[in-house]
Design a protein around this ligand. Structure first.
Ligand code: PMP
Length: 284
């Protein structure tokens, strides 16, 4: 693969980052993942806007403009012949001369890395066709989950706990209510109403979430943004997750309890179709 590192396009084996990089030592960095459908970028504007917000919340500058980022994304997708998959982007506070808790001087260059990932056609996901199983785990992450930092250790552990339980993913629970999935936003559907936690510092403001809720409202589906419990989810008619890499994926089991009919439900299927159709049309 050709990857991008600090202004250069290189074969992945030649790409180098300092061992003092704050992304490596302190998880002092942010990231984005933009999906590629038919060679085009899905929800690119949303991802770039959220990136700017994440950087800003951490007092980091924006090293590249949206146009420059688009050009890099497109160049990597073309160079690596990505038809389906995604582009991963990471920006860190750079590499100071030595390890130090204090931020480095303002003029320390940030580290910018992008690489592509080839994946099977995301629109034809077997997981979406059969529906996924989730377990619930306590949400012990820090309080600024709205910032898309590279501190992904607990979400990784959550995924492993799910796998160990024979499931696909974990929904995290705080003060009795579901926050989100390890790498996705969580939803239930009851009596025709889509219920998902409201935006706050407690969850990542999913780009797919924003698009899906807009498509839902356009299709006259009712949306209620509020917290819900695992018990409420287990008794819901349907449940699903959203993220850039899973689009809309139905959830058919929560902590061993079957949701609805135990198979992907009509509303989640419809939302998945609306999202894929709309995203394909708007992709850049
Ligand atoms: N929540 C968390 C914790 C995530 O890691 C992600 C995906 N990175 C999401 C939600 C979904 O966000 P998006 O739709 O922008 O991919």
């Amino acid at each position: 693969r050709t990857v991008y590192v600090n202004g250069e396009y290189l074969p992945e084996e030649d790409a180098k980052i300092s061992i003092f990089d704050r992304g490596f030592l302190m998880a002092d960095g942010v990231y984005e993942v933009t999906s590629v459908l038919d060679g085009k970028l899905v929800d690119f504007d949303g991802h770039v806007k959220r990136l700017a917000r994440s950087l800003n919340e951490l007092g980091m500058g924006e090293p590249l403009t949206a146009d420059e980022l688009l050009e890099i994304h497109r160049k990597l997708v073309a160079e690596n012949e990505v038809i389906n998959g995604g582009v991963y982007l990471q920006i860190t506070r750079g590499a100071p001369a030595d390890r130090d808790f204090a931020f480095p001087p303002e003029d320390t260059p940030q580290t910018v890395v992008l690489f592509t990932q080839n994946k099977p056609d995301l629109a034809e996901s077997p997981a979406a066709a059969r529906g996924i199983k989730v377990i619930s785990i306590e949400d012990i992450r820090w309080g600024r989950r709205d910032i898309k930092t590279v501190q992904l250790l607990y979400p990784s552990m959550g995924k492993m706990m799910a796998k160990a339980a024979g499931c696909d993913d974990a929904w995290m629970v705080e003060d009795g209510a579901v926050t989100e999935g390890t790498s996705n936003n969580a939803y239930i559907i009851k009596d025709g109403k889509i219920i998902t936690r409201q935006l706050s510092n407690d969850i990542l403001h999913g780009i797919t979430r924003a698009a899906v809720l807009e498509f839902a409202r356009e299709a006259q589906m009712k949306v209620e943004e509020r917290p819900f419990t695992i018990e409420e989810a287990q008794q819901a008619d349907e449940a699903f997750i959203t993220s850039a890499t899973t689009f809309v994926t139905p959830v058919v089991e929560i902590d061993g309890v079957t949701v609805g009919a135990g198979e992907p439900g009509p509303a989640a299927k419809r939302l998945r179709e609306l999202y894929i159709e709309g995203s394909r049309a708007a992709a850049v």
